[in-house]
Ligand binder design. Structure first.
Ligand code: NAP
Length: 303
């Protein structure tokens, strides 16, 4: 039996592993495919202390190395079901069952999908959720990016370096993105920022050939001649498996106290999966530290 089982190998989970090992706890990190979570799609992270301009992959590789050097075990398996209420916590994965005294849930969040016609039909055929992964397929072509947050602007700036034209489509005239990113995109000659426009339909034959967007003030529909639609409209948590076990907020995020304790003793939540106001790398890392320290106190009190 492990002291702590950590669900998810993003920045929150890996930081929790570092702190768990420093508290001399045995720590297992369960990660589906590859460590890193959302941040592996960020080519440049400017707001992580002491690491200006670091890439997401570089940053996460370093944290993973640190966790492994400190003795955390990483197993690549999908957690499928949970028995979390007793003193022994059980996590069933596609590669077997694991037991722990405490569990830290750091499973992040998934991409929110658009709801207009064409989204599912053209998924992987022009509709993408990852500019850094798929951008090269659209070299010298026109593409659209939907969203007005940091991700949308980072994606649009990255794509402007590859594509003939980039339309950034946002439903409001205001942006959630940092002003610096907005200015960077505005300065690109091949970028067009379209507000307030909402997605109406993604059209094409075998692949995307156009994207209809509607101006919410005038009602006018415009078809953008694009071969790619990159979606960057935020994330939604994947906490369905916990809905009957833990308290979730109205958005499906896990409710915790300031120390990342959930409503069930011995179960903690860290990072984007947790109900909180600021979802950033630095707050995810801080959550990982808090959750592991709280888990250490919980295990100490048990023994
Ligand atoms: P976000 O900040 O939540 O922005 C989501 C954007 O999508 C908003 O413009 C939102 O519009 C729009 N949107 C939401 N649902 C929509 C829908 N159904 N149809 C059309 N538009 C929709 O999400 P994010 O950009 O993924 O960022 C998530 C978090 O990660 C943020 O805290 C962000 O700062 C952080 N992040 C940081 C970095 C970095 O520091 N380098 C990079 C990436 C992300 P409204 O504004 O109208 O709601």
């Amino acid at each position: 039996m492990y002291d702590v089982i950590i669900i998810g190998g993003g920045i929150a989970g890996l930081t929790a592993a570092v702190y768990a090992r420093r508290a001399n706890l045995t720590a297992l990190v369960l990660e589906g495919v590859v460590c890193g979570g959302q941040i592996i799609n960020s080519p440049e992270v400017d707001n992580y202390p002491a690491r200006p301009h670091v890439s997401g992959v570089e940053l996460i590789t370093d944290v993973q190395k640190q966790a492994e050097e400190f003795g955390a075990e990483i197993v690549y398996a999908h957690a499928e079901s949970y028995d979390l209420t007793g003193p022994v916590k059980r996590v069933v994965t596609n590669k077997g069952e694991y037991e722990g005294k405490a569990v830290i849930i750091a499973n992040g969040a998934n991409h929110r999908k658009l709801t207009c016609p064409g989204v599912d039909q053209f998924s992987g055929r022009g509709v993408s959720y990852c500019a850094t992964c798929d951008g090269a397929f659209f070299r010298n072509r026109a593409v659209a990016v939907v969203g007005g947050g940091n991700t949308a602007f980072e994606d649009a700036i990255f794509l402007a370096g590859l594509c003939s034209k980039v339309y950034l489509v946002n439903r409001r005239a205001q942006f959630r993105a940092e002003p610096k990113l907005v200015r960077q995109l505005e300065s690109r000659e091949n970028a067009v920022i379209m507000t307030p426009y909402v997605p109406e339909e993604i059209v094409g034959d075998k692949r995307v050939s156009g994207f209809k967007v509607k101006n919410t003030e005038t009602g006018e529909v415009t078809e953008l001649p694009v071969s790619g639609v990159f979606t960057a409209v935020g994330m939604i948590p994947d906490n369905g498996a916990f809905k009957d076990i833990l308290t979730l907020d109205e958005g499906g995020y896990i409710v915790t106290d300031d120390n990342c304790k959930t409503s069930v003793p011995g179960v903690f939540a860290a990072g984007d999966t947790r109900s909180k106001t600021l979802r950033q790398l630095v707050t995810a890392a801080a959550d990982g530290a808090l959750a592991a320290s709280a888990a250490a106190s919980y295990i100490n009190d048990m023994e």
